[in-house]
Design a protein around this ligand. Structure first.
Ligand code: NDP
Length: 334
C-alpha cells in the first residue's frame, strides 16, 4: 500500500515511518524543509524509492496537502506542535487544528484514500486536574483545558495550551469526518489514537545532547538521571508499541470510525527511577524522598478497545527503561 505520514522527522513519526517501511508500505513523507529530511534519508536510504519526501513549508495553508495525498491509500497525521515554550494558545491551536483539517480536506478530494489515522493524545482525554482517581475511556474528553485557554488566553499554563490544542484538533477531525461521511463526500474511515506519554529509543537523530530530545523523552531523562520531575505524569506507552498501533490502525478494518486509547499503564516519575535502579542492577539513580508507591494512580486508562480492535500488547516499563538506559550509556549521557 501507499501511505502518507506527516511528522516523520519527529520522535513518534520516525518510528511510524520505520514500521511502515518494514511492513512493505511505500511512504510519502511531508517535511517542512529539505534539511529536515537529510538524516532520515541516510537512515532509511536502503528502502530506495519506497520512501519519498515532499516539502510542505506551511501545513496550515489552504490546499497544502492537495498534491501529497494523490494516489495514497491511507494517511497518518502525526505532525503537531508539542512545544511548551509558547506565549499564546493560538500558537499551538492554529497549526494543530488547521493542519489536521487541511490533511483531512485534501484526503477528501482523492478517491484512493481508504483510511485516515489521526494521532491525538490522552491530553485530549484526561482531566489532569481531577482530584479523585479515575479510569478514563474513549467517551472522555478533556474540556477542562479548552475552557482554561478560552478564559485565560496567554495567561493559561503552557501545558493547558498543549492539551487544548490536542482536544480541539481531534474534535475538529471527528466533526469533519462525521459531516462529510453523512453527506457521502468521503469514502474513508477516520481512526484516532490517544496515547499517553510516549517514551523510548530515538531513531530520528543521532546528535545533540539530552536537552535536544523531544519533550517527553527529555522529561524521562530529567527524572531518571537528574531527579527533576515535570509536574504531570499519569500513563505511558513505549514508542515502538505506538508505532505498531499506528500500523494496525491503518490495516485493521474494524478500527474504522473508532477513537482508541493505547497505553501500557499508569506511572509516576518516581516509578521510572525505581525501575532504572532495578534494571541496572542497583546502579545509583537519583534519590527519592517521601514516595508512597501504594498511593492510587490518579489516571488509569481502559484499553479494552485497543485490545479488541487492534490486538495490541505493550512493552513493560522495565523493557522500556532498560533500552533507554542503554541508549543513554551509548550516547555518553550517564
Ligand atoms: P516531536 O517534537 O518529536 O515531533 C513533532 C513533529 O511535528 C515534527 O515532525 C515537527 O516537524 C512536526 N510539527 C510540529 N509543529 C509543526 C507545524 N507547525 N507545522 C508542521 N509540522 C509541525 O514530537 P512527538 O514525536 O513526540 O509528537 C508527535 C505527535 O505525537 C504529536 O501530534 C503529539 O501531540 C503526539 N503525542 C506525543 C506524545 C509524546 O509523549 N511524545 C504523547 C501523546 C501524543 P518540525 O521538525 O518541522 O517542527
Amino acid at each position: 500500500g501507499n501511505v502518507l505520514i506527516t511528522g516523520t522527522n519527529g520522535f513518534v513519526g520516525s518510528w511510524a515511518l520505520k514500521v511502515f517501511l518494514q511492513s512493505g508500505f511505500t511512504v510519502r513523507a511531508p517535511v517542512r524543509s529539505e534539511s529536515k529530511a537529510s538524516y532520515l534519508k541516510k537512515v532509511f536510504g536502503a528502502y530506495g524509492d519506497r520512501l519519498e519526501f515532499v516539502i510542505i513549508p506551511d501545513i496550515t495553508k489552504e490546499g497544502a496537502f492537495d498534491t501529497a495525498t494523490v494516489g495514497v491509500d491511507a494517511v497518518v497525521h502525526i505532525a503537531s506542535p508539542v512545544g511548551l515554550d509558547v506565549d499564546h494558545p493560538d500558537e499551538l491551536i492554529i497549526p494543530a487544528v488547521n493542519g489536521t483539517l487541511g490533511v483531512l480536506r485534501s484526503a477528501a478530494k482523492v478517491h484512493s484514500v481508504q483510511r485516515v489515522v489521526y494521532i491525538s493524545s490522552c491530553a485530549a482525554v484526561v482531566n489532569r486536574t481531577a482530584t479523585e482517581p479515575r479510569v478514563y475511556d474513549e467517551n472522555d474528553w478533556n474540556q477542562h483545558d479548552v475552557d482554561v485557554c478560552q478564559r485565560e488566553g496567554r495567561a493559561a499554563a503552557q501545558v493547558s495550551m498543549y492539551c487544548a490544542s490536542k482536544t480541539l484538533a481531534e474534535r475538529s477531525a471527528w466533526e469533519f469526518w462525521k459531516e462529510n461521511k453523512d453527506k457521502g463526500v468521503i469514502g474513508w474511515d477516520l481512526v484516532s489514537l490517544c496515547p499517553p506519554w510516549v517514551f523510548g529509543p530515538v531513531v530520528h537523530k543521532d546528535e545533540g545532547g539530552p536537552d535536544d530530545l523531544n519533550d517527553s523523552n527529555k522529561f524521562v531523562y530529567d527524572a531518571v538521571v537528574k531527579g527533576q520531575y515535570f509536574p504531570v505524569d499519569l500513563a505511558f506507552i513505549d514508542v515502538r508499541d505506538l508505532a505498531q498501533a499506528i500500523l494496525l490502525a491503518v490495516t485493521k478494518p474494524p478500527a474504522g470510525g473508532e477513537r482508541i486509547i493505547v497505553a501500557a499503564g499508569p506511572f509516576r516519575w518516581e516509578d521510572l527511577i525505581i525501575t532504572a535502579h532495578e534494571v541496572s542492577g542497583g546502579k545509583t539513580y537519583p534519590p527519592i524522598e517521601s514516595y508512597n508507591p501504594d498511593a492510587p494512580y490518579m489516571a488509569r486508562t481502559n484499553v479494552a478497545k485497543a485490545k479488541e480492535l487492534l490486538g495490541l500488547g505493550y512493552r513493560t516499563q522495565e523493557e522500556m527503561i532498560k533500552d533507554l538506559l542503554k541508549e543513554y550509556e551509548e550516547r555518553g549521557w550517564l
